[in-house]
Design a binder for this molecule. Structure first.
Ligand SMILES: [Zn+2]
Length: 292
């Protein structure tokens, strides 16, 4: 038990401090509550545990202090408390008002829905309505809480992160290219036998984006082609691999890097750079126009 352990570690002076009594010895160690306490973010994250009494003693005191002294956290705390008491007070047995039933039946008839609608609503006993409504309320509350705690990143977000990591790594490790060449006719055949596809390689030197080389990389659990282009002092990593499913296009800005992605001719393209977004868009357009 966390709470138990916390208490056992405290001296009598500390326990006195917590319980509001007075300590006996002036040089006893003071209560080990961090002077800074919890931050607003921590408070918001822990508020459900705090309300449900799931936090350890020290944390509970820190939370209590923070909420007392912080208007926005105190407001969030009050909102949670209100929701909790509303849920507890809510009557979980009730029947649908006859007016609602009539309106649903009417709109079903208007929509040309077949007759079963009417029968289903007529035999649905009151306790079923109550059950269904309670279940809905529960789902709403659970959904709200889950949404509050964590949001599952989408596939594109995960790839974007991988792409940025890879871009940063290639610059940090000074390992931009395995085949340093400005010649597309050198870079393209270099991938032969190293990948199970042949990436399109274009030199865009005449448009101000010279090709500087190519590299093997690993993204989305597979080997991919990385082409490296340059714009003034900025490098662009263009990752290419065959697409397994139709995915759209998009642009994200993260950690100071611009990332663009699109699909063309059965290949997925991800471009990452610290270049500004309009010039990176221009680069993407040139690649797309050159046939991808
Ligand atoms: Zn706060």
């Amino acid at each position: 038990m966390l709470v138990r352990r916390e208490i056992e570690r405290l001296s009598s002076k500390e326990i006195a401090d917590v319980s509001g009594g007075t300590g006996t010895s002036s040089d006893a160690p003071t209560l080990r509550i961090r002077s800074g306490g919890v931050s607003c973010q921590e408070t918001q994250d822990l508020i459900h545990g705090y309300i449900d009494g799931e936090l350890d003693l020290v944390r509970t005191i820190e939370m209590e202090r923070h909420i007392k002294g912080c208007a926005s956290c105190s407001q969030a705390y009050q909102a949670q408390q209100d929701l909790k008491s509303a849920m507890q007070a809510a009557p979980l047995r009730f029947s649908a008002p006859p007016d609602l039933r009539r309106r649903i039946q009417a709109s079903l008839r208007e929509a040309g829905a077949p007759a079963p609608g009417r029968r289903a609503f007529q035999w649905l006993p009151a306790w079923r309505w109550a059950g269904a409504m309670a279940a809905l309320a529960l789902v709403a509350v659970i959904g709200w809480n889950l949404g509050h705690i964590s949001r599952v990143p989408t596939g594109d977000e995960l790839i974007a992160q991988e792409v940025i990591d890879s871009h940063v790594r290639s610059l940090m490790a000074n390992h931009l290219e395995d085949v340093p060449s400005t010649d597309q006719h050198t870079v393209k055949p270099w991938f032969n036998g190293k990948l199970d596809f042949s990436p399109p390689v274009q030199d865009l030197a005449k448009d101000g984006f010279p090709l500087v080389g190519g590299r093997l990389d690993y993204l989305e659990n597979r080997p991919v082609a990385a082409l490296v282009y340059q714009r003034r002092k900025h490098f662009i990593n263009l990752f290419i691999w065959p697409s397994t499913h139709a995915s759209g296009q998009g642009a994200v800005m993260r950690q100071g890097y611009n990332v663009l992605h699109w699909t063309q001719s059965g290949m997925v393209f991800w471009a990452a750079s610290d270049l500004n977004s309009s010039e990176l868009q221009e680069f993407a357009k040139l690649i797309q126009q050159s046939g991808g």
